[in-house]
Ligand binder design. Sequence first.
Ligand SMILES: Nc1ncnc2c1ncn2[C@@H]1O[C@H](COP(=O)(O)OP(=O)(O)OP(=O)(O)O)[C@@H](O)[C@H]1O
Ligand SMILES: [Mg+2]
Length: 508
Amino acid sequence: MAETNALLEARGIGKSFLGITALDSVDLTLQRGEIHALLGENGAGKSTLIKILTGVYARDRGTIRLDGAEVSPANVAEAQALGIGTVYQEVNLLENLTVAENLFLGRQPRRFGLVDRRAMRDRSRTLLKRYGLDIDVDALLSSYSVAIRQIIAIARAVDLSGKVLVLDEPTASLDGKEVDMLFGVLRKLRDDGLGIVIITHFLNQVYAVADQVTVLRNGRLVGTRALSDLPQLELISMMLGRELQHITRDHQAEEQTVAPLAQAPIRFNGYGKRGSVAPFDLEVRPGEVVGIAGLLGSGRTETAFLLFGIDRADSGGAEIDGKPVALSSPEAAIANRFGFCPEERKTDGIIGDLSVADNIALAVQARQGWAKPISSRQKRALAQDFIRSLDIRPADAERPIKFLSGGNQQKAILARWLATEPRLLILDEPTRGIDIGAHAEILKMIERLCAEGMSLVVISSELEELTAVAHRVIVLSDRRHIAELTGSEVSADAIMQAIAGSARTEAA
Ligand SMILES: Nc1ncnc2c1ncn2[C@@H]1O[C@H](COP(=O)(O)OP(=O)(O)OP(=O)(O)O)[C@@H](O)[C@H]1O
Ligand SMILES: [Mg+2]
């Protein structure tokens, strides 16, 4: 084999789970001072590869060399001691400890056998300064934003390990400014000579921050390329093994086609909740997709919680078919045939130990009452239907859902709500964590559901996605509805302008 002085070199890595080949002879080479993106469709094997490098899983085959020496980390601590640190999407820090305590968890500086708080504080400050963070290290971690917590987690991982930093979808819940901040930190670490591996589904971010990219498909290596001479379309076809079909709405042509369907809209009048979202009017017609746009913290998710009865409105009322309804709980919303796909699938969505079929059947079962259990045959048929239409992989209804890749879990949650045939479906960030191929499928499906008369409210921070699917877009800022764009007015520019405009008025 050729001599290289790569920082990290994985060769011929193989791994199977319960008869499924997750990785089949995959190579990855990481140089010092390099940011290396790891891409591929949902279930391609990205997280599995990273977990092998960081000691979470044992590999079945292959070798890993770090600084030229063969290594076999048996657990995360061992990988850390070798120099490989990881930050997972769900930041693994403790919210109710202080920043300093989190940074030195398990290795507090001691003096006379006692934790030396002063030393811990000073070292924390110096450490975070390197990342441009000048924050109160005695404050609880929970008082900081997700972005700051990510950076604290990175600081901890780099301080512990110091050679290789691995990040699995670190930007999934960050807004644009926070992503910039994170990338600033990554570039600095790269310039200090660290090797960084990053998984993300945002291709523009790959181009913004990474030098090299390795693409996996179905557990196999497709190739490693320098991003500087890899056109985006070529990258996409490497990932999918085919060309992507684009979906965009023809807003001009549409203004006429939606109108005839316009009967019996679902109406919210003066709906709001103090401390959450200012009172708003919202009307969603059958067959219509209403988009909700706004920056992080603008009240998007709070609006969804109100519509679905998770939060109870303290002003205004809701109307279906011209009759007032009380949406005082999610149960009431479900009884009115509402569905809600939350943003945080890990905490609000999946039940890991239950099978894919059980997870999909859950909302249907809840609606028809637990006294009338759905038979396992019905459940399996229902699940197989959605496994096919959403291309959930592996196509195994009986597998515990925790064994599916992140993106495939997301699809199963979507299936759960679609199975209830809702009249209003609320989707909060429906394509987050979903690969670009499935992304297009989901947008297509949204279109089809609308044509069948379902109403949709879609919340998304990706303006391209929102303008592609929405007939109408409501723009939120500072927890109020500040603009509504219809038909040909719907564009990413117009949304940005509405947000910027409100920021100016607030500043004035
Ligand atoms: N602990 C496990 N037990 C059984 N199967 C698993 C386990 N972890 C992963 N798999 C399977 O291995 C394959 C690769 O999964 P992996 O999580 O690596 O995908 P991924 O590329 O990270 O996808 P995503 O973009 O959806 O996160 C999938 O088919 C998945 O179902
Ligand atoms: Mg993954």
